[in-house]
Structures are given as structure tokens and as C-alpha cells.
Design a protein around this ligand. Structure first.
Ligand SMILES: [Zn+2]
Length: 112
């Protein structure tokens, strides 16, 4: 994958993440429902929705950090090389996710 295509995909994904953030902002708001009017169960429901929205938001934040780091590597001319061993990351791997920063060998070693 060339750098221009990678940059475009990263920026598009970044915009998607921002859209999702905006759409879920209401779910993440502190639970302020009046217990008398909505009852205890609804309050628990609302808190579960909020907890799930927060977890999703944290996943998005982590992905956004990976995307920003990948965009920086493109700017620095270091895109496509493994951050751990310096070898080239396989094009198929980058086509799957241009924000990846490790070759398949290093990534699987870190997981194990
Ligand atoms: Zn590596």
C-alpha cells in the first residue's frame, strides 16, 4: 500500500471515530435520572448503557492514538516498517489495517 492511500484510509477512519464519538456522547453523560420518576431498574439500565458507552469510547481513543502515530510515521517517512525490529511490515498486513506498527512476527511474540 502506498503512503498516500494509507494516509487517506487512516484519515477516513479517524473521521468515522469522531462521528461515533459525537453520536454516543449522550450515552456517556453522567446518569442524572431522577430516581423517583424513572425507578430503580431504569436507573440501572441507564448506568449499564453509560458503562458500555465509556468502554467503547476508550477503544475508540486507543484506535485514534494508533492512527495518529501511523500518520506521524507517514510524515516522517517511516511508514511500513516495524517499530520493534525495523523490518518491513507485509503489504497484506498493512492493507488489512494501516495503523499497525509491528510486523507479524513481533506482534505475535508480544501477544504470547
Ligand atoms: Zn518486527
Amino acid at each position: 500500500m502506498d503512503e498516500a492511500a494509507a494516509r487517506e484510509r487512516l484519515l477516513r477512519r479517524r473521521a468515522e471515530l469522531s462521528d461515533e464519538d459525537r453520536m454516543s456522547a449522550a450515552d456517556r453523560a453522567p446518569v442524572t435520572l431522577d430516581q423517583d420518576s424513572v425507578g430503580r431498574l431504569s436507573r440501572i439500565d441507564a448506568m449499564q448503557v453509560q458503562a458500555m458507552a465509556l468502554a467503547t469510547e476508550q477503544r475508540r481513543a486507543a484506535e485514534r492514538r494508533r492512527i495518529d502515530a501511523a500518520l506521524k510515521r507517514i510524515d516522517a517517512g517511516e511508514f511500513g516498517f516495524c517499530l520493534t525490529c525495523g523490518e518491513e511490515i507485509s503489504p497484506a498486513r498493512l492493507a488489512h489495517d494501516p495503523s499497525l506498527s509491528q510486523c507479524v512476527g513481533c506482534a505475535s511474540e508480544e501477544r504470547s
